[in-house]
Design a protein around this ligand. Structure first.
Ligand code: ATP
Ligand code: MG
Length: 138
């Protein structure tokens, strides 16, 4: 069993896609072991995406991530890090497979509806960034 951090980004929340995304997570039989609605500050978004601080899109993506409410969740399942990224689709929705969340709903390489951790190390960092252990029903 593995855990991963999922975010329904501000574009997903403002487009009314919370239910749609959660429906897909449940259909995939991932267990939701933590969930909350937050509005990140710019500083919190910068800390979250610190690995990208040298990238040209860093300022823009952290402004976007702090632009409104987002749903943060911890998902649990067998191989859930990779399995969830399959359901999300490629970062650039134009390159995402048919039937993925990003292919269905993303409108922009930046505004791509969802986030998912990309390795066990980043999952551990990202989960602890938003949740303490009493908030995870494990
Ligand atoms: P995420 O980490 O959000 O799950 P990802 O792992 O598919 O997405 P990353 O390379 O980690 O992609 O990029 C983090 C986020 O930064 C992307 O999801 C997207 O919102 C934004 N981003 C990535 N590349 C670009 C780009 N070239 N231009 C604008 N924004 C970008
Ligand atoms: Mg990433």
């Amino acid at each position: 069993m593995e855990k991963t951090l999922s975010i329904i980004k501000p574009d997903g929340v403002s487009k009314g896609l919370i239910g749609e995304v959660i429906k897909r997570l449940e259909a995939a039989e991932f267990q939701i072991v933590a969930m909350k609605l937050i509005n990140m500050t710019k500083a919190q978004a910068q800390g979250f995406y610190a690995v990208h601080k040298e990238r040209p899109f860093f300022d823009s993506v952290t402004t976007f991530m702090s632009s409104g409410p987002a749903v943060v969740m911890v998902l649990k399942g067998v191989n859930v890090i990779a399995e969830y990224r399959k359901i999300m689709g490629a970062t650039d929705y134009k390159k995402a497979d048919e039937g993925t969340i990003r292919k269905s709903y993303a409108t922009d390489i930046e505004k791509n509806v969802v986030h998912g951790s990309d390795s066990p190390e980043t999952a551990a960092f990202e989960i602890s960034y938003f949740f303490n252990r009493f908030e995870i029903v494990d």
